[in-house]
Design a protein around this ligand. Sequence first.
Ligand code: AMP
Length: 505
Amino acid sequence: MNVARLLVRAGGAAADRPALYEGAALRATYGALAERVATLAGHMRGRLGLDPGDRVALVMANCWQYVEVLFATWHAGLVAVPINAKLHPKELTFILDHTAARVAFASADLAPDLSAPALEAVIDVDSREYGALMADGAPAPIEPCRPDDTAWLFYTSGTTGRPKGAMLSHRNLLAMTLSYFADVDAITADDCIVHHAPMSHGSGMYILPHVAAAAAQVVPESRGFDPDEVFALLTCHRGVSFFAAPTMVRRLIDSPEAGRADTANLKTIVYGGGPMYVADCKRAMELLGPKLVQIYGQGESPMTITCLSRRHHTDRNHPRHEARLASVGVAHTVVEAMVADADDQPLSCGETGEVLVRGETVMTGYWRNPDATAEALHGGWLHTGDVGALDGDGFLTLKDRSKDVIISGGANIYPREVEEILLQHEGIAEASVIGQPDPEWGETVVAFIVTQPGATVTPDALERLCLDHLARFKKPKAYHFVAALPKNNTGKVLKTELRRLLSET
Ligand code: AMP
């Protein structure tokens, strides 16, 4: 089934329901949205001359037009390539080249600079030209497609090496949508999702379950994440959910509004994409209520590997509650997850190995990259590159990306474990731990620390904290106090960049 069918369905059965808001302002009902999308799809095939399977790039900051272009692309049987608008121009060009996208829809500030050999047209979604496309022409019928046809080329964030395009099929996206309902949350037509996080990534994926439920999509006027705006939007929308990276949750609860704002209209924050520290998780629940759900996923199995439900967040009486909060939850309904050794053999409970996944949401492969596809999918399992352990109840605890594990004197040290301890110090805002090459030990542990404004934190105090909680060999040998940690566009700490900084000192 073509996933654009979800919108055709909502456009008929929920025609009068609000579909798109910009801030508090309604931009389209589901009836109007479905009609605009079918008309735009007609132009993609007619005026723009695109053929089924052609790639359409979306180079836009968050905007309500995102939903239109995404669905029109699918409606016309084309492949969407959502690209993070904050990428470096060289990274943008690489993706445009690699996908040979023939048409790009772009925000006004990005449109003039887009060029690539295969690119025939760039349409500024804030322009009259875009508006005019909707004003004339007839709605086109939806293009049929096979379940394995590619719908979304998801470029991995590329914290190492060149980004790779995970081919996500219509089947993958539909399975992700159904899994949201089964594992993450129920949605009604009175609810909405606010896109505070980039629509080119997780937040954009969650457009789908909300269209399926005919719930509204809200794009903040700032087009991004601003804690004050998060709270302000709660005064004009009800049943609000949003996706947030853990760093966003942290900024939200650190904001002065967090203790005072009325959060009755906040329904769910789905967080994921990076480690959430237990202390932050607890504080978020104290300040905002029982509104957290965690997901663990990656571009190759979008938003869908494991989920820590609202119930598991709040089940304080469970004897393993703390351990569960530090986990990423249990496998989503539509996938199997296992922890395996280097030969892909399953390990026993508690043993640490690579997380492998198979099931309905796992990509069909990497775009034009058979070697990387064979490596990632060999044996029928997706090799996530994440290291973790399962407990007897099926809860997965992630240790780290395999490349981030520090090996010191032959012992494996998981940076996350050290970071959790450092973050217990109230003067520390952020901590990131990496390995530094060392002739004697192989690697030694080094911590980068961002302190809370006005706080004084000494290496001695951190040393004592670590000695109180950690084996001696895991204790950082050096602390570097920095103003901020380098992060990529989706808020992930760039450990490669920290390693580079270290090699230069
Ligand atoms: P991306 O493909 O850019 O979404 O990055 C996916 C990677 O982010 C995963 O392979 C994990 O390393 C990390 N990640 C995603 N979700 C979580 C989570 N809930 N906790 C810890 N790390 C996560």
